[in-house]
Design a protein around this ligand. Structure first.
Ligand SMILES: CC(C)(COP(=O)(O)OP(=O)(O)OC[C@H]1O[C@@H](n2cnc3c(N)ncnc32)[C@H](O)[C@@H]1OP(=O)(O)O)[C@@H](O)C(=O)NCCC(=O)NCCS
Length: 310
């Protein structure tokens, strides 16, 4: 998240399908581009792609928000009923303006609109600096989680021998998608779980998606992106019954090596501060924590907002 000294925003609500309108917001986009370094270590969406995507954007001329409904439908993300959780991707307030007043405006409008489309909660990762945290607190957002970032120079990754005879690891195919969605749904709780449309999009966007097969069936997967020499593992999941047999390590090593062969100088990933299993796995393979902890905040949308009109 970043503050902005440039004021080039006009309408209260836009769909990012409208590339012409966005192109006219040069200052707004340049702010977004500056957040890239952090966002590239957090997400599989490149900032450039947001512009051409169906994120929701709101602004009042002095503050702007960009949100994603988690459950993106194929046909029309905006008009689809959300899975219930929308994520704030980015937020800026013009310098010299009152963040409290302008954020109240844009969040008020965004939350009412999201609620009217079926969203129950808004979540956000506070990054770049924590300037927005007190304002979000005043708007009813509460800290629910901290995220850690780990990193490795890919040639340093080291793995123990696999303990599961008959495990196969190979690049994922389009035909694996349904199984990957099922695995994801079992591995992650809301709001971290990927809806099928989001999964399809993430896999299509990924540089490398690796699937682990046991007895011919997918039992785990890992998915990674590559941006200008930075690899980022965006997803790693193993079927609960087959954990602690080396599958997660095998998957992670495979995507890291694929990234290394493609020229990645570093590979990063994130996990929740409370996910000790994942952290032990990462440390064991040689990943080390980097940067600051990222705060995750959440707001449960008020019932009265649910009655709002779209
Ligand atoms: C994290 C996850 C992918 C690990 O997969 P896995 O196949 O069980 O991992 P591995 O068997 O390769 O584990 C390798 C090492 O990691 C550590 N580890 C993995 N799971 C652990 C656990 N539950 N408790 C403690 N250490 C653990 C251990 O050091 C382990 O080696 P060991 O078994 O010899 O002690 C799996 O638990 C999972 O799918 N969790 C839910 C989704 C998730 O949290 N994804 C990653 C974060 S975004």
């Amino acid at each position: 998240m970043a503050t902005s000294s440039e004021r080039n925003w006009s309408s209260a609500y836009t769909r990012n399908h409208d590339l012409g309108a966005l192109a006219a917001r040069g200052a707004w986009l340049s702010r977004l581009q500056r957040a890239r370094r952090i966002l590239d270590r957090l997400d599989w969406w490149h900032v450039d792609e947001w512009i051409a995507s169906d994120l929701w954007s709101f602004d009042d001329g002095d503050a702007a928000l960009l949100l994603t409904p988690l459950d993106l439908s194929e046909a029309d993300a905006l008009d689809a009923t959300c899975a219930g959780v929308a994520w704030l991707r980015w937020c800026a307030v013009a310098d010299g303006r009152s963040p409290a007043a302008h954020l109240a405006n844009v969040f008020g409008e965004a939350e009412a609109r999201l609620a009217s489309r079926g969203a129950r909660e808004v979540w956000c990762v506070v990054h770049s600096s924590e300037w927005i945290k007190p304002y979000l607190r005043d708007l009813g957002y509460r800290v629910v989680e901290q995220l850690l970032t780990f990193q490795i120079a890919p040639w340093r990754v080291s793995n123990a021998p696999l303990r599961l005879t008959g495990l196969q690891v190979r690049p994922a195919h389009a035909a694996d998608l349904e199984a990957l969605c099922a695995l994801d749904a079992r591995a992650f709780d809301e709001p971290w779980r990927y809806a099928p449309a989001l999964m399809r999009r993430a896999v299509a966007r990924a540089f490398a998606t690796t699937v682990a097969l046991y007895g011919g069936s997918p039992v785990g997967y890992a998915c990674a992106v590559l941006h200008e020499g930075n690899g980022h593992v965006v997803r790693l999941a193993v079927q609960p019954e087959l954990r602690r047999r080396g599958i997660g390590a095998e998957l992670l090593c495979d995507v890291v090596m694929r990234l290394a062969r493609a020229g990645a100088r570093v590979v990063s990933l994130n996990t929740q501060a409370g996910n000790y299993a994942a952290q032990r796995l990462y440390r064991r393979l040689g990943f080390a924590p980097v940067g600051e902890k990222l705060t995750v905040m959440r707001k449960v949308l008020a019932r009265e907002a649910m009655g709002g009109t779209a």
